[in-house]
Design a protein around this ligand. Structure first.
Ligand SMILES: [Zn+2]
Length: 455
């Protein structure tokens, strides 16, 4: 009686195992295990990120720190023994923050915490002194249009998710100025931290005057709200030296491991080497750059040279211009048809979770099978929606399958803040993420068929 039941059980087990694990995957178990063991056995990636952020600090476009970090990366790639290491020239905008302050005058004189928004204009040396009007959302702004003239508008909009809340930072100044506002403050775009302001780009409408714009912490926005609700006058002086200088020369950094059979077919991975000028850009996005770079270094160190080329790109100027991502597309236009996959890591380095993927269904089945090699890292999830800001222009122009590196962590708590520092990331997180990316990139680059050509 028992025997048939057991047979049925074994048959169903082996069927489900076969569905999850196609035969071709067997050849990749050993290299995957080697990559994971090598990565986890070392703190090399964490030390590399600590070195660049300690030596060069923040890496805003046009800064000395960014260009020195670019030259340092080229020298380090040479030490790694990567192939075809080069700098690809990109002219980038140079926005300079200068000194800035926000002083409360009424109801009581006090200096406040603030951060000017990237791309903002300055106030002039005397600053702007005006009353603050606290606005809850764009609808509220339109309703209270008659009260806005001559005032500093504060958008006090609690953080829900980045895509939703960031519109107050990006479009707020031009919306407010249409009703006569003289400057704009925005409640920092991120979950409430420890009185942490968040910078980030603002974008002026072409047909509206430009007014200075800055972020204040959630705690201060809530205080202003309470003061206004009590009918108390809020008067401040905002002073910002922010300005643009002439465009500066910068570079995307490129290094690769040339494919052993199909060198012209390329898997590209990377992050953006530039950062905001607060904190040191460890999470956004030095970490993403170093874990993808480390994935390539691990292949090189272990002598795992895949059939196709794997290329790492450290893009410049993602934060306030995207000139690096656009330049890569333009400079590699003829080669985009040979890009098999592009992967970006720009969501921080926390515990690995897997990858987002956009591409044909057959390719999704393939990368889902590859991700099953990452179960021990907790990185076996393949979600809808791959991509990234820097790979976006190339992916769109070339119709290239795209991947985003997924992690689980509170990215937006430290995003664009002075708290984006090295100590937010552990050596294990660097190693685990580098391992996950290495296994994915190596296997895609080595497949017997080109990803995306599955039946
Ligand atoms: Zn970023």
């Amino acid at each position: 009686m028992r025997k048939p039941i057991l047979l049925v059980l074994f048959a169903s087990l082996s069927l489900s195992a076969a569905a999850q694990s196609p035969n071709w995957l067997e050849a990749y178990r050993a290299p995957a295990a080697k990559l994971i063991a090598a990565s986890q056995g070392s703190d090399f990636a964490w030390q590399r990120l600590a070195e660049v952020t300690d030596l060069y600090g923040h890496r805003l476009s046009g800064s000395v720190g960014l260009e020195r970090a670019i030259d340092w990366a080229v020298a380090e790639m040479k030490k790694d023994g990567l192939d075809k290491i080069r700098k690809e020239r990109v002219m980038v905008p140079k926005w300079v923050r200068g000194r800035e302050s926000l002083d409360l005058l009424e109801p009581v004189p006090q200096p406040l915490v603030m951060l000017g928004l990237g791309n903002s204009v300055g106030t002039g040396p005397a600053g702007i002194t005006a009353d603050v009007i606290v606005i809850r959302n764009f609808e509220d702004l339109d309703k209270r249009a008659a009260d806005v003239k001559g005032k500093i508008v504060l958008f006090n909009v609690p953080f829900t998710n980045y895509g939703e809340t960031v519109q107050y930072r990006t479009t707020g100044p031009s919306r407010a100025v249409r009703h006569g506002a003289v400057a704009m403050l925005v409640r920092a775009v991120g979950p409430t931290g420890l009185r942490t302001p968040h910078t980030g780009s603002t974008t002026y409408a072409a047909d509206a005057p430009k007014i200075p714009a800055a972020a204040i912490p959630a705690e201060d926005a809530d205080r202003f709200q309470r003061l206004q609700n009590r009918g108390v006058r809020i008067r401040v002086t905002l002073t910002m030296e922010a300005r643009f200088e002439a465009d500066a020369e910068s570079f995307n950094v490129v290094g690769e491991l040339t494919g052993r059979e199909l060198p012209n077919e390329v898997v590209v991975m990377g992050g953006h080497w530039d950062s905001w000028d607060v904190g040191v850009g460890a999470t956004d996005d030095g970490g993403g750059c170093v874990v993808t770079w480390e994935a390539l270094r691990l292949m090189k160190t272990l002598g795992l040279r895949p059939r196709r080329t794997v290329r790492v790109v450290l893009w410049t100027n993602e934060e306030n211009g995207l000139r690096g991502g656009n330049a890569y597309r333009d400079q590699h236009m003829a080669e985009l048809k040979n890009h098999v996959l592009m992967l970006e890591s720009d969501g921080g380095v926390f515990d690995p979770a897997g990858f987002g993927f956009t591409g044909p269904d057959g390719a999704r089945r393939t990368v889902t099978a590859i991700a099953s090699l990452l179960t021990s890292l907790g990185a076996s999830k393949i979600e809808a929606g791959g991509g990234g800001a820097d790979i976006g222009p190339s992916v769109t122009a070339g119709g290239i399958p795209s991947m985003s590196h997924l992690v689980s962590g509170n990215y937006f708590l430290i995003h664009h803040t002075p708290a984006d520092t090295m100590d937010r990331i552990t050596p294990k997180q660097m190693a685990d993420n580098a391992a996950a990316i290495a296994v994915m990139a190596y296997t895609v680059a080595d497949l017997p068929w080109r990803l995306g050509t599955e039946k």
